[in-house]
Design a protein around this ligand. Structure first.
Ligand SMILES: Nc1ncnc2c1ncn2[C@@H]1O[C@H](COP(=O)(O)OP(=O)(O)O)[C@@H](O)[C@H]1O
Ligand SMILES: [Mg+2]
Length: 249
């Protein structure tokens, strides 16, 4: 798959993705790392059906993606909460659009609030929450729709290290419970190795799949696994690949 952005302004086109070829198994947890601007967000948006590839296609369960669909949920990079809605209303937004019964919306939203640790903030508006809390609202908003495929674009980017660890564990629990397939963009190599079955390293723009590393690490990835020689070796492999990409820019 290839993606070329052609600006209306007459500026030269930008090739964001070039011949990206990636197959993700059902139920897999795949992390994507790559230099800034290499097309990671573009890739997720194409998979979610929010952008069209210039050439090639994305198949979900064997069917080509033609637009957004309920099976694929996305947590956007940056703050994507609606400022005019409170926490509960934000979380209910997608369920409302889907026409779920009010009672079910309420139940699922309350459950999600608990899951992401926002109890007591149900009626706060985004401006009254910290960046990390707003990000949790956005995550909950996607999770309540129970998508089979969850695309996450640096979802923990704005969070402190402890919250990151905690939410990472929560995400793994949800992943195991729901058997969802997860594609997770992060710039944190250790986070990628802690969460994923495979880590995809992308080249600098135009983004290509440069290397796919199967971690083969046992779960749960507790402190013992995280400090094992195998972990250090994998982190080193990823770091070397990325370093080369950043240098070549
Ligand atoms: N909507 C858009 N219109 C034009 N160019 C875009 C658009 N979105 C992204 N780009 C360009 O495509 C490239 C990849 O961007 P992006 O997918 O956001 O990268 P990443 O998420 O890896 O940082 C960048 O050069 C960016 O400027
Ligand atoms: Mg991005």
């Amino acid at each position: 798959m290839t993606k070329l952005y052609t600006p209306d302004t007459g500026a030269p086109p930008v090739k964001a993705l070039e011949e990206v070829d990636l197959c993700v198994e059902e139920g897999e947890f795949v992390a994507i790392v790559g230099p800034s601007g290499c097309g990671k967000s573009t890739l997720l948006e194409i998979i979610a059906g929010l952008q069209k590839p210039t050439s090639g296609e994305v198949l979900v369960a064997g069917k080509p993606v033609r637009g957004p669909c309920a099976e694929v949920g996305i947590v956007f990079q940056g703050d994507s909460t609606f400022p005019w809605l409170n926490t509960l209303e934000n979380i209910k937004f997608g369920m409302k659009a889907k026409g779920l019964p009010a009672k079910e919306q309420e139940e699922r939203a309350r459950q999600a609030v608990k899951l992401v640790g926002l109890e007591g903030f149900e009626h706060h508006f985004p401006r009254e929450l910290s960046g990390g809390m707003r990000q949790r609202v956005a995550i909950a908003r996607t999770l309540v729709l129970r998508p089979k495929i969850i695309l996450m674009d640096e979802p923990f980017g704005a969070l402190d290290a402890l919250t990151r660890l905690f939410l990472g564990d929560e995400l793994l629990r949800i992943w195991q419970e729901t058997q969802a397939t997860i594609l997770f963009v992060t710039h944190d190599l250790l986070e990628a190795l802690r969460l994923a079955d495979r880590v995809v390293v992308m080249s600098s723009r135009p983004g290509r799949v440069k290397r796919v590393v199967s971690t083969g690490l046992p779960r749960p990835r507790d402190q013992k696994v995280m400090s094992s020689p195998r972990m250090a070796e994998l982190a080193n492999v990823l770091w070397e690949e990325l370093k080369r990409e950043v240098r070549e820019v």
